[in-house]
Design a protein around this ligand. Structure first.
Ligand code: NAD
Length: 429
C-alpha cells in the first residue's frame, strides 16, 4: 500500500518506519525542513532504541521517503495518516490547530478516493471536525473517509510497541475504509478492535487517563506507607500480582510526565466538562501528581536545610528512561524549584541533555554521573536509567561533598545504601 504520514515526530516517524518495514511504500512529511534533511542523511531527529537502523534500512530500500511537500504525499498515497502534535493550550484543552491545518492541506490535494487516518491523540468528536474541514476545502467531488486509529506506543520502546501492539483500534463508519485498514494491519498479530470514530477517540483518552490514575493511586499509597512506616515496593508487589490489577504502572516516584499523560488527562477532563460531565476523579489524579513533586522537594530541603549555595546533582532529566524527550519531565519542576531557592545544579542524562539545554538554564551539564557527584551536597535520581542502577556507589560516595541521595525512582536498596553510609531517602519506603 502507499501510505503518507503527515507529522514526522515520535509517532509519525516510528509508525511510518514500521509500515515500511512491513513492506509498504511510505512517505513521511514534516513542515520542519531541518528534520527532513537530517532524516535523508540517515540522522535521527529523536532518540529511540533501534530506530536509526530501521529507518536507514528502509530508506535505502526506497520503501521510506521523506519530504516537506504534503501535496506530493497525498497525491501518491491511498492512506494519509495525521500524526502531528496536539499540545495543550493555555486552558488545558488540546490545541488542534495543527490538525486543522493539515486537514485543509490534505483536502487541497485529494485526487481520488483517500482514507484519512487520525493517529494523533485528539478529543472525542475531532474526527467529525476533520471530516467537515476536508469537505469544505476539497477541490473536486472526490470521496474520502476519516478513520480514527489512535497510537499506543510508548517512547523508549516505540519500535517494539509499534511492531507488536497489544491491540489495534480502528474507528470508522465506512465498510470500504474498514477493509483497507484490516488489510494494512493484517500481519501485526494483534487483535483489531473495529468501532466507530468517537469510541476510538475515547479509547485513547480513557486508556491514558486510566494509566495516569494507576500512577497517582500508587503515589498516594506511597505517602501512606511513609506515614505508617511501610514499604511501597512490597505493597505494589502484593497488589500487582492480582491479575485484575497488574504490576505495571504501580511504581511510586516523582509522578508522570512526558508529552502525553499530562496533556491527555487534562484534555479528557476538559472535553468531559464540555460534554456535561464533571470528571472530578481526573482532577484529583492531576493534583496528586503535582503534589508528589512538591513532597519530594520537601525531602531535599529537610536534608539540606538551606539550599542557597548548596550543590545538587541531578541524575536523569528525560521524563522516562530510554528517551531524549524532555516534555513535561518531572526533573524540570524539581530543578526550577531548587534553583529558585538558590541551589547550584549539576546534571547528567544519557540522551536528553541536548533537549534539556533548551529548557533548563544555569545548569552545569556533566559528561557522566561521577562528574555530577563530584563535590555535590546531595544527589537526586530523577529518571531510572539502567546506567544509574549500575553505578559504582562507593566511588560516588567518595566524590560527594556529603553522601546524601534522594531517590525519586526507588532504584536502590535502602538497607544497602544505609550500610554503605549514605544518607538515603526514597519514595514510600
Ligand atoms: P512530535 O511533536 O514529536 O511530532 C509532531 C510532528 O508534526 C513535528 O515534527 C512537527 O513538526 C510536525 N507537524 C506539525 N504541524 C505540521 C504540519 N502542518 N505539516 C507537517 N508536519 C507538521 O509529536 P509526537 O510525540 O509524535 O505526537 C504526535 C501525536 O501522537 C500527538 O497527538 C500525541 O499526543 C500522540 N501520541 C504520542 C505518543 C508519544 O509517545 N509521543 C504516543 C501516542 C500518541
Amino acid at each position: 500500500m502507499n501510505i503518507c504520514i503527515v507529522g514526522t515526530g515520535y509517532v509519525g516517524l516510528v509508525s511510518g518506519t514500521v509500515f515500511a518495514h512491513k513492506g509498504h511504500n511510505v512517505i513521511c512529511i514534516d513542515k520542519e525542513e531541518d528534520k527532513i534533511h537530517m532524516l535523508k542523511e540517515g540522522k535521527m531527529p529523536i532518540y529511540e532504541p533501534d530506530l536509526e537502523k530501521m529507518v536507514v534500512e528502509n530508506y535505502k530500500a526506497k520503501r521510506l521517503k521523506f519530504s516537506t511537500d504534503v501535496g506530493e504525499g497525498v497525491r501518491s498515497s491511498q492512506i494519509i495518516v495525521i500524526a502531528v502534535g496536539t499540545p495543550p493550550s493555555e486552558d488545558g484543552r488540546a490545541d488542534l490547530s495543527h490538525i486543522e491545518q493539515v486537514a485543509r492541506q490534505i483536502a487541497r490535494h485529494i485526487n481520488e478516493y483517500k482514507i484519512i487516518v487520525e493517529k494523533s491523540t485528539v478529543p472525542v468528536q475531532t474526527g467529525e471536525k476533520v471530516q467537515l474541514t476536508i469537505q469544505r476545502n476539497i477541490k473536486q467531488e472526490f470521496e474520502f473517509d476519516v478513520v480514527s486509529n489512535p497510537e499506543f506506543l510508548k517512547e523508549g520502546a516505540a519500535i517494539e510497541d509499534a511492531l507488536h501492539p497489544d491491540r489495534i483500534v480502528v474507528g470508522t463508519s465506512s465498510e470500504r475504509a474498514r477493509k483497507v485498514m484490516q488489510e494494512l494491519y493484517k500481519d501485526f498479530g494483534a487483535p483489531i478492535i473495529m468501532t466507530d470514530v468517537k469510541s476510538a477517540e475515547i479509547i485513547k483518552h480513557a486508556a491514558n487517563s486510566f494509566l495516569a490514575c494507576k500512577i497517582s493511586y500508587i503515589n498516594a499509597v506511597a505517602r501512606i506507607c511513609e506515614l505508617a512506616g511501610a514499604n511501597i515496593m512490597e505493597v505494589a508487589e502484593g497488589m500487582g500480582l492480582d491479575r485484575r490489577i497488574g504490576r505495571q504502572f504501580l511504581n511510586a516516584g516523582l509522578g508522570y510526565g512526558g508529552s502525553c499523560f499530562p496533556k491527555d488527562i487534562d484534555a479528557f477532563e476538559r472535553i468531559s466538562q464540555e460534554l456535561g460531565y464533571d470528571f472530578r476523579m481526573l482532577h484529583e489524579v492531576q493534583l496528586i501528581n503535582k503534589e508528589q513533586r512538591i513532597h519530594f522537594l520537601k525531602k531535599v530541603e529537610e536534608e539540606l536545610w538551606i539550599l542557597k549555595g548548596k550543590v545538587v546533582g541531578v541524575l536523569g532529566l528525560a521524563f522516562k528512561p530510554d528517551t531524549d524527550d524532555m516534555r513535561e519531565a518531572p526533573a524540570i519542576t524539581v530543578i526550577h524549584e531548587l534553583q529558585k531557592k538558590g541551589a547550584i545544579i549539576k546534571a547528567y542524562d544519557p540522551q536528553a541533555m541536548h533537549n534539556a539545554k533548551n529548557i533548563l538554564e544555569k545548569v552545569e551539564y556533566c559528561q557522566d554521573p561521577y562528574a555530577v557527584a563530584q563535590g555535590a551536597d546531595c544527589l537526586i535520581i530523577a529518571t531510572e536509567w539502567d546506567e544509574f542502577k549500575k553505578l559504582d556507589l562507593a566511588k560516588v560516595k567518595q566524590l560527594m561533598n556529603h553522601p546524601t541521595i534522594i531517590d525519586g525512582r526507588n532504584i536502590y536498596d535502602p538497607v544497602k545504601m544505609i550500610e554503605m553510609g549514605f544518607n538515603y531517602r526514597s519514595v514510600g519506603r
